[in-house]
Design a binder for this molecule. Sequence first.
Ligand SMILES: Nc1nc2c(ncn2[C@@H]2O[C@H](COP(=O)(O)OP(=O)(O)OP(=O)(O)O)[C@@H](O)[C@H]2O)c(=O)[nH]1
Ligand SMILES: [Mg+2]
Ligand SMILES: [Zn+2]
Length: 223
Amino acid sequence: MDVEVLEGIFDANEKIARENEALFREHGVLAVNLMASPGAGKTSLISATLDRLAGRAQAGVIEGDIASSVDAEKIRTHGVPVVQINTGGACHLDAVMIRQALEHIDLSPLDLLIIENVGNLVCPAEFKLGESMRAMILSVAEGHDKPLKYPLMFSESDVLVVNKTDLIGMGDFDMEELRGTVTRMNPDIVIFEVSCRTGEGIEAWTSWLVERIAEHKERARRA
Ligand SMILES: Nc1nc2c(ncn2[C@@H]2O[C@H](COP(=O)(O)OP(=O)(O)OP(=O)(O)O)[C@@H](O)[C@H]2O)c(=O)[nH]1
Ligand SMILES: [Mg+2]
Ligand SMILES: [Zn+2]
């Protein structure tokens, strides 16, 4: 594809993303684009977060996958509204897919919308969905060198959740090295260390998210 065609695709996506963003703002909903490679723990983190959020914020979830509704079925057990998007082969979500999914979800009662992007460490970072927060997960099993190899997502994310800390010590993962690399690329990024298996760090992450939800609501109210 030549450069002009690619720019056209990004511009068209950006326009719809801005419309989605306006809709989220109108409803005072914090939309979070959750990105990571396959199996890093996106669905596990959403599940653990929903358990902790109960009574503190109303959440909805959009599940993006190439195929199947496996993740949506898991999230539905938490009693929150869920919409599954199947991309039919595409390796990332785009703003049009989100707009279509929003026809099936009532934003009015929600404070938070978590969008689980397709498992992929590369192109999801290139497509805005209308989110106000970009969150990514890196799992310990993937290795601390990933920011050097897949820089865009690490440099574009507002928050990095390092998952599977229960596996530290089983390989050569170096948390300090990871923190150093990521912070040099993105000095403003907020980093949490969690294990969805043991529950370590989940409360710290969830409390931070609750604060961001309140901040976002206040900003939307003033706008
Ligand atoms: N040891 C360990 N395993 C975990 C942890 N979190 C998730 N897992 C496991 O990792 C696997 C993948 O987790 P998922 O939550 O499905 O990952 P995902 O990122 O949603 O995967 P896709 O949607 O397929 O991209 C599952 O077998 C989880 O049980 C953790 O903190 N520690
Ligand atoms: Mg998943
Ligand atoms: Zn893609």
